[in-house]
Each structure stands twice: as structure tokens, then as C-alpha cells.
Design a binder for this molecule. Structure first.
Ligand code: HEM
Ligand code: MG
Length: 332
């Protein structure tokens, strides 16, 4: 039977991140890193296997221990990623590109290609990574980071905070509208785009600092080098679904006109998509993700694949029950 998701942390205090058991070691040539600076950092400190291949339970434990992510958020995001990008047979996920190390693949259209896979979880208008249309959706992009620095100078007196997050989120969307003919900003990406703008405020700021201001040296250390700064403390505040929802509301509130949509094959053709979930209907994020995104990868699962799929779908739903969402029936 599959290991169930781990429970919450016992000790949620601020404490040294790069402790003696978790030294930073640069990724080697065969170590996989990807579009998520949080998971990249956890791998480079050994909170996750340093090769970048992990089970969902390892990821939940690592994001809780390393960054004090709340259990509901950790479980929801981790199983969402595993269901679309991971190997449900071997229970392994690559935090970057496709890898043999996740084992033999289930039949297509399942892709099992890791977090770099475009459009099922990874998406456009990322903070420091380019759009897939331009060829690299996962590497640190110096130009984009400098845009974040400029916005932090302009709106945050040199620091990244929720106000800067709101401005830079808006700017990145405007840039993609103006340059990427295939720009897409529909659910689930509509949600993750805003969530990932909140994450640096929730998780990268030193835990002894409680003013919500992220300095640029610390920001670069995570975004570019996958490194907790020497002596860095993780946050003493647990950020789960409800807190991240408050952060999203603050970021969205800076430019509340942005609704789900995309360009239609040419730049500057942003067209609203009224079928996409938006911040008014969180449960639809979940139901569409299961019924559309996951189902399209697994139209006819059988045998152990079907069992593993339904078990992981149960894990995905578990943190949402208390949010009043209704579970999608098991796949048959
Ligand atoms: C971006 C996965 C936890 C911080 C991403 C992306 C993926 C991902 C697939 C790429 C989305 C995109 O920009 O197109 C996950 C999974 C997690 C997790 C499965 C498991 C819980 C975390 C944690 C942090 C974090 C704990 C912070 C400590 C970020 C940030 C970005 C991001 C800041 C935006 C990167 C950028 O474009 O500059 N994550 N993540 N994530 N993640 Fe994570
Ligand atoms: Mg992206």
C-alpha cells in the first residue's frame, strides 16, 4: 500500500535551516533541478534526495521541515504535482526534467516528465523563469530577476514584499501578453502564478525577521543558487492554504482586473476564458484539475495504475474536505 501523506510538524519554531545535517552542496552534473527554487534548495541541502528524484511523502516532509509550509498546502501542491508529473507506479517524481530514475513509464498520454512539463503545473509568466514558448521554462533568468530587483526598488524600498509581489506579478503578465503568442493564464496556472508570488514572502525571509521584507541577497541565494544563506533561519510562522489565500488576495488586490485567459496565437490578443476557475471558486480549481487535467493524462487506467491513481486522488482531496469542497468520484 502507498505511504499516506505525513502529518504536520511538531516543532514549528523559527530555527537554523542549513544545520549541520543539511549542508549546501552544489548540484552535480547528474543532479536534477527545475523551475521551483523551493524544491531545488531542499535538494541542494539534502532535505530531499540530492539527485532531485523524490517521493511525495519526502516532499511534504521537506517543505514542512525546511520552510514551515503548512500541511494542507504541502499535501495539496505535492500530490497535484505528483499526479500530473510523477510516476504513479514507482511513486517517484523528478523536480525538473524527465528522468529514467523515476522508473518505467505507464502508457501515454501520461507523460511522467517531471516538474519542467509545461501547462499541467508549470506555466507562463513565472517570476524568474521564462515562458516555455521562448525555450527554457526552468532555468534561473538573470533578466527576470533584475526585473524583480527593479520592482523591489520601486515599490518596496529595495525589498520584495506583498506590494512588490502584486506589481511584479502584474508586470510579468503584461510582458507575456505582449511577447508570447501562446501565453496562457488559466487554472491551474492562474492560481499557481499568484501563489508563487506570495511564496518568497512566506518562506524565503529569515525567520527572525517578522516585517515581511525579503532582501535581495537572500532572494538571489534561493532563486539562483538553490541555497539557504549561511546562518539563515526558516520562518517561525506556518503558512498553509488559508494564509497563502490571504497573500494571494493581497497580490491580486494590487491589480484586480486580471482574470483567467490567454493570447490566441498572436501577441496582444489576451482573451478571457470564462470556463476557467478563478479566485471566486476555489473548489473548481480542484474539480477541473481532476476532471480535465489529470483525466486527460489517464483516460483508461487499469490494474495497479488505477489503484495508485485513486489513492493519490484521495490524498489530493484530503486537505480540501474541511474547505467545503466535494470530492470527485473515483476514476473507473
Ligand atoms: C515555482 C512546484 C513548494 C517556491 C514552482 C513551479 C513548480 C513548483 C512546478 C513552477 C511554476 C512556474 O513558475 O511555472 C512545487 C511543489 C512544491 C513546491 C510541487 C511542494 C510543496 C515550494 C516551496 C517554496 C516554493 C516550499 C518556497 C520555499 C516557489 C517559487 C516559485 C515556484 C518562488 C516561482 C519560481 C519563479 O518563477 O521564479 N514550484 N513547489 N515552492 N515555487 Fe514551488
Ligand atoms: Mg513557469
Amino acid at each position: 500500500a502507498l505511504e499516506p501523506p505525513p502529518g504536520p510538524l511538531n516543532d514549528t519554531s523559527a530555527k537554523l535551516g542549513p544545520d549541520p545535517a543539511h549542508p549546501w552542496i552544489a548540484a552535480g552534473p547528474n543532479d536534477i533541478r527545475g523551475p521551483c527554487p523551493g524544491l531545488n534548495t531542499l535538494a541542494s541541502h539534502g532535505f530531499l534526495p540530492r539527485n532531485g528524484i523524490a517521493t511525495p511523502a519526502q516532499i511534504v516532509n521537506a517543505v514542512q521541515q525546511g520552510f514551515n509550509m503548512g500541511n494542507d498546502l504541502a499535501v495539496f501542491v505535492t500530490y497535484a504535482a505528483h499526479l500530473v508529473d510523477g510516476n504513479l507506479i514507482t511513486n517517484l517524481l523528478s523536480i525538473g526534467g524527465k528522468s529514467n530514475l523515476t522508473g518505467p513509464d505507464p502508457p501515454p498520454p501520461a507523460s511522467v516528465a517531471g516538474l519542467n512539463t509545461h501547462a499541467v503545473f508549470e506555466g507562463d509568466a513565472s517570476t524568474t523563469r521564462g515562458d516555455a514558448f521562448f525555450g527554457d521554462n526552468h532555468s534561473f533568468n538573470e533578466t527576470l530577476f533584475e526585473g524583480l530587483v527593479t520592482a523591489s526598488n520601486q515599490f518596496g524600498a529595495g525589498f520584495y514584499n506583498l506590494s512588490v509581489a502584486g506589481e511584479y506579478r502584474f508586470q510579468r503578465i503584461q510582458q507575456s501578453i505582449a511577447t508570447n503568442p501562446q501565453f496562457s493564464l488559466i487554472s491551474p496556472r492562474y492560481y499557481t502564478a499568484y501563489a508563487e508570488s506570495v511564496f518568497p514572502v512566506a518562506f524565503f525571509i529569515d525567520g527572525r525577521r517578522t516585517d515581511g521584507q525579503l532582501d535581495m541577497t537572500t532572494a538571489r541565494s534561493f532563486f539562483q543558487n538553490s541555497k539557504m544563506p549561511d546562518g539563515w533561519f526558516r520562518s517561525g510562522v506556518t503558512t498553509g492554504l488559508s494564509k497563502v489565500g490571504n497573500g494571494i488576495a493581497a497580490v491580486f488586490g494590487r491589480h484586480p482586473t486580471i482574470q483567467p485567459g490567454g493570447n490566441t496565437g498572436a501577441v496582444n490578443t489576451y482573451t478571457l476564458n470564462p470556463n476557467s476557475a478563478n479566485f471566486q471558486n476555489f473548489c473548481k480549481l480542484y474539480t477541473d484539475f481532476v476532471n480535465i487535467t489529470i483525466r486527460s493524462l489517464y483516460p483508461n487506467p487499469t490494474g495497479y495504475l488505477l489503484t495508485a491513481l485513486n489513492t493519490n486522488l484521495n490524498f489530493l482531496f484530503s486537505p480540501l474536505e474541511s474547505n467545503g469542497c466535494t470530492q470527485v468520484p473515483a476514476f473507473i
